[in-house]
Design a protein around this ligand. Structure first.
Ligand code: NAD
Length: 343
């Protein structure tokens, strides 16, 4: 198979810390072009990776022969840029959250189908070793029937991460659409769907802005989810866990409690009801604090799905379902009612 020509659109933090490095490390890929609305960023990145530099993604798609595109842009641009790239005949890896509405997500899925191209959403939490192992323990019945869970993702906020710091698009409703829930909550919504292997049907949410001033999006959210089989649990997302990041999940089952990314030394601790405790030393989860020191597995999976012509693990439909959970949480917060999701 010929080398895949890849373009990265958006040269901010996620592109620098993960996409560019992981594409460069992949033997099937050549980074052909990069794009950022800030010319200096695009040029410096292009130089570092031996690529062409663009400030307008439409020019890039028109002028370059690209096989696959990574969309590393503010949330409001995910759908329009992904659709333009799919229509230009490119496979697309789009960052999370997939879009800002179900309708947009649907249009992305349709564009992928119409053009027979892959569409993958970068939910990297599915590739974390402790999460993969926990899914197997649940799927095999080792943990017994699952009753409940609690999952959280929080840190001090994107001012410590985004290339634009405190001026970042992450804090602006028009560009981000959703704050901590869109940035972090959607990761856990996707993870829980994956771990439990079933869909959520009811969501109750308090999606608030009670920590940061001068931001127009949520920075603290607490939600209750109920799955179709009746598993209930809490999902929390925060940009105000100021002292330390918390990226932990606990699953409470009939035969075992599974503690994921909850212990500083052991990324998975399984406490069986018979008293036995198994501590797994698996690779550490990728975090903002670590930057790009670990491989997320996302880019390799995306490339493999193209090279081997396989459906990616997190396709458009999966991304849409995870998005709909956070949209339901926001709706619930606004209406003060439980929001129901289609099965
Ligand atoms: N998977 C993860 O764990 C993870 C982690 C962080 C961010 N993300 C996601 O990645 C995406 C990008 O976030 P980030 O942290 O890199 O943000 P960032 O603020 O660091 O970078 C965004 C970049 O996009 C550029 N940009 C804005 N509008 C543009 C346009 N019209 N054309 C070209 N470039 C444009 C900006 O100049 C900036 O360089 C977001 O969707 C975010 O949710 C995912």
């Amino acid at each position: 198979m010929d080398t895949l020509k890849v373009a990265i659109i958006g040269c901010g933090s996620i592109a620098q810390n993960r996409h560019l490095l992981e594409f460069e490390a992949n033997e099937h890929v050549e980074i052909t072009a990069v794009c950022d609305i800030v010319e200096e960023r695009a040029m410096v990145t292009a130089e570092a990776f031996g690529a062409q530099s663009y400030t307008n993604y439409e020019d890039l798609l028109e002028k370059e022969e690209i096989d696959a595109v990574s969309v590393c842009l503010p949330n409001y641009l995910h759908a329009p840029v992904s659709i333009a790239a799919l229509e230009a005949g490119c496979h697309v890896l789009c960052e999370k959250p997939m879009a800002t509405s179900s309708e947009e997500a649907e249009k992305m899925i349709e564009a992928a189908e119409r053009n027979s191209k892959k569409l993958m959403i970068a939910h990297n939490q599915r590739f974390v070793s402790s999460h993969e192992r926990a899914r197997k323990l649940i799927e095999s019945g080792e943990a017994g029937k699952i009753y409940s869970f609690r999952t959280t993702f929080g840190h001090g906020g994107p001012e410590g991460w985004s290339v634009d710091g405190a001026d970042s698009w992450f804090f602006k409703k028009g560009e981000a659409f959703i704050g901590a829930m869109g940035d972090l909550g959607v990761h856990k919504a996707d993870l829980l769907r994956y771990l439990l292997g079933e869909e959520f049907v009811e969501v109750a949410g308090f999606v608030e802005n009670n920590a940061k001033e001068n931001v127009t999006v949520d920075d603290n959210a607490v939600c209750i989810l109920r799955s179709e089989s009746g598993v209930v649990g809490t999902l929390t997302a925060s940009w105000a866990y100021n002292a330390n990041e918390d990226n932990s999940t606990v699953i409470y089952g009939e035969k075992a409690t599974l503690r994921l990314e909850d212990d500083p030394d052991y990324s998975l601790v399984v406490q069986y009801t018979n008293g036995e405790v198994v501590k797994y030393e698996l690779g550490q989860i990728q975090s903002n604090e670590e930057g790009g020191q670990t491989n997320t597995g996302v880019i390799d999976h995306f490339v493999e799905s193209i090279v081997e012509d396989k459906q990616p693990l997190i396709d458009g439909e999966e991304g849409k379902r995870s998005l709909e959970i956070i949209l339901a949480a926001v709706e619930s917060g606004e209406t003060k009612q439980i929001t129901r999701l289609a099965k």
